[in-house]
Design a protein around this ligand. Structure first.
Ligand code: NAD
Length: 330
């Protein structure tokens, strides 16, 4: 099977090449171009294409892929909202994805953001580099015996609960469904109680109509003064203007964000200039107690290995004509 791999980054190529030796019979050609109607014709002579959340897999692209004989679309990510499933169904193009790769990668990054903003590590790092060894402005608080409030206890939220327990924290959670695997050490509480009782709040629920802007000025007012807020989930869970108002009200000891409202779909792109051009993100960066990273929560060796091996296993299942839980139904 010949796969054309779109939107290739050097780390994608490394992880897929390392994995490929376990999948004889599959070859991959890599292109830096992302998949869209202008680049779909490159797939001539291939059996499958591998695409990502940033790819445009809409009707026009799929028509071109179908005309070039493509029968398999391998999404190397969990999301597939950029794929026109009606058209894949119409042309019999099978769509497969990687539903979960490394929840611990994201949860560990969430804890890193909480710790770094609590102890002002970014400020400490810069001060010492400037030969300033004073401790002013660096005081934090112990996490030990404090309360962690986890919103959303699916795969990543559950991993975050386990990490917080390891720190000796009391762990409370809010979710629309209770995760039974956590029942020994997590207490489920109503959202308002989580907001008012937590010293560290970490968001791990998906972005949906019901969760859009769930952190807004009303919910922020219900939080404890001096709380730490972490968002590694989706930017629009937080209403940025209200967050800025909350920061101005000195509500937060620290805010750690891996995602932000102005983010584009291109989560793998180098967006350093873009961030600075964006107004509310730049406003957030102007506060000394805010730390922002660039949607890197998933970005560990283990997660990339899992993405590569699952994607290639998906291709093998296709070749063997086997059904898979990773199939995206049209
Ligand atoms: P998951 O589906 O395993 O868990 C989501 C949980 O949220 C579920 O338990 C669900 O019941 C809960 N939920 C749904 N609606 C809710 C609501 N209104 N209030 C509270 N909880 C609610 O998903 P996951 O794999 O744990 O991923 C969580 C999120 O992390 C994803 O939606 C994605 O946005 C984000 N993510 C970020 C990165 C990153 O690199 N920063 C990487 C992967 C995923």
């Amino acid at each position: 099977m010949k796969i054309l791999f779109y939107d290739t980054k050097s780390y994608d190529r490394e992880s897929f090449e390392a994995c490929l030796q376990n999948f004889p019979g599959i070859t991959i050609e890599y292109t830096k171009s992302d998949l869209d109607p202008r680049t779909a014709a490159l797939a001539e002579g291939f059996d499958a294409v591998c695409a990502f959340v940033s790819s445009d897999v809409g009707t026009q692209t799929l028509e071109i892929l179908h005309a070039r004989g493509i029968r398999l679309l391998l999404m190397r990510c969990a999301g597939f909202n950029n794929v026109d499933l009606e058209t894949t169904g119409k042309y019999g193009i099978r769509v497969m994805r990687v539903p979960g790769y490394s929840p611990e990668a994201v949860a560990e990054h969430a804890m890193a953001l909480a710790l770094a903003s609590n102890r002002r590590l970014y400020k400490a790092y810069n001060k010492v580099r400037e030969n300033d060894f004073s401790l002013s402005g660096l005081m934090g608080f112990n996490f030990y015996q404090k309360t962690a409030g986890i919103i959303g206890t699916g795969k990543i939220g559950a991993a975050m609960c386990r990490i917080c327990r390891g720190f000796g924290m009391k762990v409370i959670a809010y979710d629309v469904y209770e995760n039974q695997s956590l029942k020994d050490f997590v207490e489920y509480v109503p959202l308002d109680q989580l907001l008012s009782d937590s010293d560290v709040i970490s968001l791990h629920c998906p972005l949906m109509d019901s969760t859009y802007h769930m952190i807004n000025i009303d919910t922020i007012r219900k939080m404890k003064d001096g709380v730490i807020l972490v968002n590694t989930s989706r930017g629009a869970l937080v209403k940025t203007d209200d967050l800025i108002e909350g920061i101005r009200m000195h509500k937060f000891a620290g805010v750690g964000l891996d995602v932000y409202e102005e983010e584009t779909n291109n989560v793998f792109e180098d967006r350093s200039d873009e961030i600075l051009e964006h107004s509310t993100t730049a406003r957030l960066l102007s506060f000394p107690n805010v730390m922002i990273t660039s949607h890197q929560g998933f970005f560990t060796r283990e997660a990339l290995e899992a993405i590569a091996s699952t994607t290639l296993q998906n291709a093998m299942d296709f070749l063997a004509g086997k059904e898979s839980p990773n199939d995206v139904k049209s």
